[in-house]
Design a protein around this ligand. Structure first.
Ligand code: PEP
Length: 277
């Protein structure tokens, strides 16, 4: 029996990384707001946009109340407000309008030395602050070549949940983003590789957070050309996009491709259910 439900929204979001002035961020937010108000955002989708910290509050304000679009932060510090120069707390990004926070992106792990322990502390702090954590995990090319993809992913997800203790997240997302698939030098993972990665994530989430509403997303060189193929995978509960969604029109185009795939998938699910009866 297929486990996919047609009622869960399909997540589609973008991190703007270290891009956009206030003016550019505001224009993007305006375009997204107009699209949402004109019902040009497919209803099956929940969109999210993760601006840089400098534009987060402005984007939140310019978007206004658009229930289908979440705004989030790309990072925040796991401790309470205080003397930590250059950082912002989970509570501060929430105050600026974030509903979710990205944690443990490959660039932070490799360029800034973000460890599994720090990721775990951030996940716990995000949950305490009432934010939805979006945890990024993924193997390097060398780890894949060694055949350790599934164990690396499972280890990262397990570690990320390690600080939760008795904290019960309302919702938690994990994006499987193989390092070799991300960025200008990357190539999108094949659907079978995506399915393998997401299965490893799902297993740990189901074992360790059986009562929490969780979602597993794929990210890495997603664009309008491959979005439908990726979104059509039964285990794919969302897509996380970088460069191809740095314009609002790019995000909306991918949204429509995903919606078509998700609709086709629901039809297939229903056909399988009918056959099983
Ligand atoms: C990312 O870095 O998380 C990402 C998905 O980037 P891109 O889509 O540009 O590969």
């Amino acid at each position: 029996m297929p486990t996919t439900t047609t009622t869960s929204p399909f997540w589609l979001g973008t991190s703007w990384k270290m891009t956009k002035t206030l003016a550019q961020a505001g224009d993007y937010a305006d375009e997204l707001r107009s699209a949402a108000l004109a019902e040009r955002v497919p209803p099956e989708l929940r969109l999210f946009v993760l601006p840089a910290t400098t534009t987060l509050a402005a984007v939140r304000e310019r978007l206004g109340v658009v229930p289908q679009v979440f705004v989030g932060a790309q990072n925040a510090y796991p401790g309470p407000e205080g003397a930590v120069t250059g950082e912002v707390s989970m509570g501060m990004v929430r105050d600026a309008g974030a509903r979710m926070v990205e944690i443990g992106h490959a660039e932070r792990r490799t360029l800034l030395g973000e460890t599994d322990e720090l990721v775990a502390a951030k996940v716990a702090a995000a949950v305490s602050a009432g934010l939805i954590p979006l945890v990024c995990v993924g193997e390097t090319a060398a780890e894949r070549e060694r055949g350790s993809t599934a164990s690396v992913i499972a280890g990262q997800v397990h570690a990320a949940l390690g600080g939760l203790g008795r904290l019960a997240p309302v919702e938690l997302l994990v994006a499987y983003e193989p390092h070799w698939a991300i960025g200008a030098q990357g190539r999108a993972a094949a659907p079978d590789d995506v399915a393998e990665g997401l299965a490893a994530v799902r297993q740990v989430l189901d074992d360790e957070l059986p009562d929490v509403h969780t979602g597993v997303l794929y990210g890495g060189s997603v664009d309008a050309g491959n979005a439908a193929g990726l979104a059509g995978g039964l285990a794919v509960e969302g897509l996380f996009v970088g460069r191809a969604a740095w314009t609002a029109s790019g995000l909306l185009e991918i949204a429509h491709r995903c919606a078509d795939a998700v609709r086709a998938r629901s039809t297939t699910d229903q056909a399988i259910v009918r056959k099983d009866r």
